[in-house]
Design a protein around this ligand. Structure first.
Ligand code: AQP
Length: 340
């Protein structure tokens, strides 16, 4: 049995576990926008079922789901060219996830560093869903026979697990059905770090609002957060090598590079020898120039939630058209009788 033949297909998603951050934008959405076009079919998902692996207030979850969709649209995801939807509206994700729960091994899950980080000392008390989440993520990707998965560095291990699940499924059932997708992790901002601690990544759900730039922050907030961002007393070096062991400084240079579509080397070339008093305001101005039009468009879209819901429903229908034949074939392969 051969793999379903199709144009290379991109799949990626974002959890509506809070508002979007600059990390989500630079590490994911901005790159998703760039991948739209003739080379790929692009499928982008608000992965709401992943969000509930930790407690979410229902009203806030519904709002965040629409806001993440609005952020994607405002950043340039084209709902006609790309398939844009929320995961809960396509039940095939959870149907395939169950099969993958039965393919993945407990030992594989135990190696997932994100689970260890999130569960911490509380591993006995977190939800079973948080533990099984990588199998649902494998289902998200493989349900569309996704071949390319643009993600931030933090998701690399989960895409590798997806490859292991695809390989084991194909091997166990003696088929060549699921592709082994490639993680696409490129550009200067694959791991945007926390503004108060350059060794931790910037997260939606981090403790302090000062540690992240939210896509909805206004110009004053952005300027204040960059001004207060932790750095060291040294000016910017002459070469990128000089940023080794200076994680906070490196992070700000990488953010500048990603926002201005330059390499970090080019940024250092321009700002060699500059102090933070010069670099931080320039970075804040750049961030405001890039983010202000997006947040204005997000606000406009959020004024008409019915329109967002209509777009998500339309995307879900298109997603289902791709997903259903793949799920049906998977049932056949596994021997699950599906006679209606
Ligand atoms: N700091 C980051 N730098 C680069 N990329 C990032 N991504 C997230 N944070 C950064 C990328 O954004 C995509 C969506 O991620 P997600 O929201 O589904 O999950 P996450 O990585 O767990 O994001 P958060 O913000 O850290 O959420 P919480 O705090 O709720 O766990 C992915 O491609 C991710 O790599």
């Amino acid at each position: 049995m051969t793999q379903v033949a199709h144009t290379p297909r991109v799949f990626s998603g974002i959890k509506p576990s809070g508002g979007l951050t600059l990390g989500n934008y630079l590490g994911a959405i901005k790159r998703w926008v760039d991948m739209q076009g003739p080379d790929f079919e692009t499928v982008y998902c608000v992965v709401d079922l992943h969000a509930i692996t930790v407690w979410q207030d229902p009203a806030e979850l519904a709002n965040a789901t629409r806001e993440v969709a609005a952020g994607m649209l405002a950043s340039g995801i084209d709902p006609k060219g790309s398939v844009l939807f929320n995961q809960a509206q396509v039940p095939a994700h959870t149907q395939l996830a169950w099969i993958f729960n039965c393919v993945a091994r407990v030992g594989w899950m135990n190696r997932m560093t994100q689970f260890k980080d999130k569960a911490g000392k509380n591993a006995e008390k977190v939800s079973l869903g948080l533990y099984a989440y990588p199998a649902l993520m494998a289902s998200d990707i493989l349900l569309y026979h996704g071949t390319h998965v643009p993600v931030g560095e933090d998701q690399k291990q989960h895409v590798e697990l997806t490859r292991d699940i695809a390989t084991k499924f194909n091997h166990d059932y003696g088929v060549d059905f699921f592709p082994t997708p490639e993680p696409i992790i490129d550009g200067p901002a694959t791991r945007v770090m926390n503004l108060r601690d350059g060794t931790k990544k910037m997260s939606k759900s981090g403790e302090s609002d000062m540690e992240r730039i939210n896509m909805t922050d206004d110009a004053d907030k952005i300027a204040k957060k960059f001004k207060k961002a932790r750095t060291d007393p040294e000016p910017l070096p002459e070469t990128l090598d000089g940023l080794k062991d200076r994680p906070e400084a490196r992070n700000l240079v990488d953010i500048f590079a990603a926002l201005s579509d330059q390499t970090p080397e080019a940024v250092i070339g321009e700002y060699a020898g500059a102090g933070w008093g010069k670099f931080k305001p320039a970075l804040a101005d750049l961030a405001v120039a890039k983010l202000a039009p997006i947040s204005a468009e997000m606000a406009r879209l959020m004024n008409d939630p019915a329109e967002i819901d209509r777009l998500l429903a339309n995307g879900a229908e298109r997603a289902e058209e791709i997903a259903q034949p793949i799920l049906r074939k998977t049932y056949d392969i596994v021997g699950l009788v599906s006679s209606r």
